[in-house]
Design a protein around this ligand. Structure first.
Ligand code: B3K
Ligand code: ZN
Length: 894
């Protein structure tokens, strides 16, 4: 397979100015006539035109209306005898493709008798021959023809120009997109769909038509998506002055989709999971995800579509920025400071469990990668979530207004162009010349080029006599594939901090005689720097990296007393949560590391791993009269098994699982009266509203019920209540939480409850996904999970080809149930290998995602390590693997 290198970028030898596409849609054989106006790029030496193509049948090529010679070379269509000179010429290409056979879900495919497209990153070449690269931006006109009875709705990008009937029961629609776009933003949809419609008037008085298209019967589940879209439009205009630039904006939902959604210009295509919701089928988390994904795709209209990427190495230019924007949108929508902190904690949890792990493993890559084999493998948490953190640091270094100025300059300079990550940072810095970003610009850019998660090592010295506190920060970053540790240069790391006195009160901060308030951001830009705070009269407790001000690990020798102070008093809600995480993480990792000889008394008696002081502190949080329920739920949830695993050099997944379970059981028992009070206070939230306060109450009630079922194992009272709630709950959040409480506590009532849930909701595909996932994540009582998962593979509702269903069963088992997956008999790994191979034959993108479940095999303790390596090697040995899977397993094996 060919490796694509970032530094090999050259401008295209030809430009495509206009594209006229005519489709005769037929599931078995769709005919595509592609008429382009092409001209030579005078800035590039003359060379043949090489058009990308994949799985196409070529019927005809005409240049200026006449036949021409051509070659096919590794999928590319090569045209050598093209008109000389700068004038545009007409290139006409006629091909056919087979949408029904397209199980990869890239290009043009059929799902439930409806045509959909997915072109990012390189799906357009599966529809027609083209310069399928994001820096070639063209004007598109699209003519769709299809049988009217089967495909009454025909949609493409832009505006509907004309539609009408044809002979033989066929009809047509002609669409024109007024904006130039790269091919990856092309889309068409054809099928039996209905729309929720909304007319809106923007601030400037322009009228727009919004539509959410779904299958008939799903219409009543579209209200939240539409409302989220309207909120997103208003937010982008208010916060960034970015208006909707289209007369018509459409969202279409499909149940067969490789990812969450796609930002095609004016015609967003979504996974049903991120569109359809009502209280009976969707949880609070689903509602929140819909708001965030609808926002994300809408925000791409400016950050991605109006300004796009020069090449795919620049992917984070649009993705990191757009994730940052959707995170800010969700926070602004959430309202209160506490709800913002909750959202931040949730985002950081994903970053630290998934992205930090990626950054420490064989697939680690810079936010702007240097090479790839299959670009679809680089739609990663590093590009998205770390990329968003890199934008967030810029936001914090230039301030909220400065950031808005930077965005303004970015659009003034680059609207309508395909640009690079450097262009973005430069605009940010140029709009804020006095900011620390501009001051340390070159060093800051290392966040784009150096992979790996840096660690900030902090140490503080209090001098009672001088009344000073000196904080020393040093940074380091481990080696990553292709980048040695010694070759890495210092990052620019904003460290937001406060200091607390013995009573937990915020101390006023003085630096070099200057009063800087009670919170301040230090900018660490060298390997080591020190700052001296004056006027400090007693040993302070530092609250460092507030709100996680940089995507780094913090190494500071907190005492238990310091962490308890932070948990009880820090004004930064994020660091209060963080203190609780650190307290339990340390106990967990010590207990895991303890051997028979070194174990403390507590570690020998794992029922009481958490010291009384920590249990008491958590009790105070749970009983706290002012703290929001959502925040309590986060503080009372122990760090996940995968997060704990990341802190260890050698990972024994079973030991991690049993230590964490012991801690969970201890909390369940020790706080039983408080759990009961919390449950009773929050179990009934009145008429369902998917908003943060009520959602937080439901989340805490759910955790409480989980703990109560766990504590009361044997006595069936709480299990009985949970079972009743599965039956009666008026919303899916409470229902699913109750079912989860039964499943996770391995209650004898779990299987009846699962049956009840299935019978009640079997006609709701998205609910069935939850039903499969709950079982795949069940506790592994005597090795029971894998056989259960295998039995579910044969369930009449299981379809491996459907990505949502595959994710709910196969991916959940391999990724989200470490105790059930890492088996001593290696059967989990064998199952994994079998399914990577089975999926690869259907859908390589999905297979490659699953392949990454064993990314961290090198960290596993024996015998898991060797067994995992064998499973990966078995996959790698398969002769006709896709490039997607081959790249992942080859990197895993090193
Ligand atoms: N841009 C798409 C992702 C496309 C993934 C292609 N393998 C969705 C998004 O980030 O908004
Ligand atoms: Zn995106």
């Amino acid at each position: 397979p060919t490796v694509v290198q970032r530094l090999d970028y050259t401008a295209p030898a030809f430009w495509i100015e206009t594209v006229e596409l005519a489709f005769d849609l037929d599931p078995a054989k769709t005919r595509v006539l592609n008429k382009m106006q092409v001209r030579r790029n005078p800035e590039v030496p003359a060379q043949p035109l090489r058009l990308d193509g994949e799985d196409l049948n070529l019927a005809r090529v005409l240049v200026n209306g006449s036949g021409t010679s051509f070659k096919l070379d590794g999928g590319q269509l090569v045209l050598e005898n093209l008109p000389e000179g700068p004038e545009p010429f007409a290139l006409e290409i006629f091909t056919t493709c087979a949408p029904l056979k397209n199980t990869q879900l890239s290009g043009l495919y059929v799902s439930q008798e409806t045509f959909f497209t997915q072109c990012e990153a390189q799906g357009f070449r599966r529809i027609t021959y083209f310069l399928d690269r994001p820096d070639v931006m063209a004007s598109y006109s699209v003519l769709l023809r299809a049988d009217k009875a089967h495909y009454p709705v025909l949609l493409s990008n832009g505006n509907l120009v004309e539609s009408g009937d044809l002979d033989d029961g066929r009809h047509f629609a002609r669409w024109h997109d007024p904006h130039k776009k790269p091919s990856y933003l092309f889309a068409l949809v054809a099928g039996k769909l209905v729309a929720r419609e909304q007319k809106i008037t923007s601030r400037t008085g322009k009228e727009h038509l919004l539509q959410v298209w779904v299958r008939p019967g799903d219409l009543e589940k579209t209200e939240h998506a539409m409302r989220s879209l309207m909120h997103a439009i208003a937010w982008d205009e208010a916060r960034f002055g970015l208006p909707l630039d289209l007369e018509r904006f459409m969202i279409v939902a499909t149940s067969d989709f490789n990812m969450g959604a796609m930002e095609n210009k004016g015609l967003n295509i979504f996974n049903t999971k991120y569109v359809l919701a009502n209280q009976a089928t969707a949880t609070d988390a689903d509602f929140a995800n819909i708001e965030s994904v609808v926002g994300h795709e809408y925000f791409h209209n400016w950050t991605g579509n109006r300004i796009t990427c020069r090449d795919w190495f620049q992917l984070s230019l649009k993705e990191g920025l757009t994730v940052f924007r959707d995170q800010e949108f969700s926070m602004d929508m959430a309202g209160s400071a506490s709800a913002r902190a909750v959202k931040r904690i949730e985002d950081v949890r994903v970053l630290r469990t998934v992205q930090f792990a990626e950054d420490a493993g064989p697939m680690a890559h810079p936010v702007r990668p240097d090479s790839y084999v299959e670009i679809n493998n680089f739609y990663t948490v590093t590009i998205y979530e770390k990329g968003a953190e890199v934008v967030r640091m810029q936001h914090n270094l230039v301030g909220k207004d400065g950031f808005a100025q930077g965005m303004k300059l970015y659009f003034e300079r680059f609207d309508g162009q395909a640009v690079t990550c450097d262009d973005f940072v430069q605009a940010m810095a140029d709009a804020n010349p006095a900011s620390p970003l501009a001051q340390h610009l070159d060093a800051f850019k290392r966040w784009y080029s150096q992979a790996g998660t840096p660690t900030v090592h902090a140490s503080g010295v209090f001098d009672a006599q001088a009344q000073t506190y000196t904080l020393t920060l040093r940074q380091s970053c481990p080696a990553t594939p292709g980048q040695s540790a010694s070759a890495k240069q210092p990052f620019v790391i904003p460290v937001t901090l406060g200091l607390l006195d013995g009573q937990g009160k915020a101390l006023p901060l003085q630096l070099q005689g200057l009063n800087v308030g009670t919170e301040h951001t230090l900018v660490l830009h060298q390997e080591e720097q020190a700052w001296t705070f004056t006027g400090i009269t007693s040993q302070p407790t530092p609250s460092l990296l507030r709100s996680l001000s940089a995507p780094v690990l913090l190494d500071y020798p907190f005492t238990e007393a310091e962490l308890l102070t932070l948990l009880a008093h820090d004004s930064d809600a994020f660091n209060r949560w963080e203190a609780a995480q650190r307290l339990s993480l340390r106990i967990a990792t010590n207990a895991i590391a303890a051997t028979a000889e070194t174990a403390t008394e507590k570690e020998q008696n794992p029922a009481n791993l958490l010291p009384q002081s920590v249990v008491d502190a958590l009790r105070l949080v749970l009983e706290h009269p002012q703290l929001d329920a959502a925040f309590k739920e986060l503080v009372l949830t122990l760090p996940s098994e995968s997060y704990i695993a990341e802190q260890l050099d050698s990972v024994d997944p079973q030991r991690i699982h049993s230590v964490r379970e012991a801690m969970r059981r201890q909390l369940a028992l020790a706080l039983q009266p408080q759990w009961q009070a919390a449950y009773e206070a929050h179990a009934h939230t009145g008429a369902y509203q998917p908003e943060p306060i009520a959602a937080g109450r439901r989340a805490l009630a759910g955790l409480a019920l989980n703990m109560l079922c766990l504590a009361a194992q044997g006595d069936g009272v709480w299990a009985g209540k949970a079972y009743q709630r599965v039956k009666d709950a008026g919303n899916m959040t409470d229902k699913a939480n109750a079912l989860q409480a039964l499943v996770q506590s391995a209650s004898p009532l779990a299987s009846n409850a699962l049956d009840y849930f299935y019978r009640q909701l079997r006609h709701e595909p998205l609910v069935l996904d939850k039903w499969f996932a709950l079982q795949a994540a069940a506790p592994d009582v005597q090795g029971s999970v894998l056989p259960a998962v295998k039995a579910l593979l044969k369930h009449p509702d299981f379809v491996l080809k459907n990505p949502n269903r595959a994710r709910s069963l196969v991916f959940t088992y391999c990724n989200a149930n470490p105790g059930g997956f890492h088996r001593l008999d290696a059967a989990g790994y064998i199952f994994w290998a079998d399914h990577v191979l089975a999926l690869d034959a259907i859908n390589p993108q999905m297979a490659a995602r699953l392949a990454r479940a064993l990314d961290r095999w090198q960290k596993l303790a024996p015998p898991y390590r060797e067994a995992a390596r064998e499973a990966i090697a078995r996959v790698a040995a398969k002769a006709d693997l896709s490039n997607d899977v081959r790249e992942v397993v080859a990197r895993a094996l090193g």
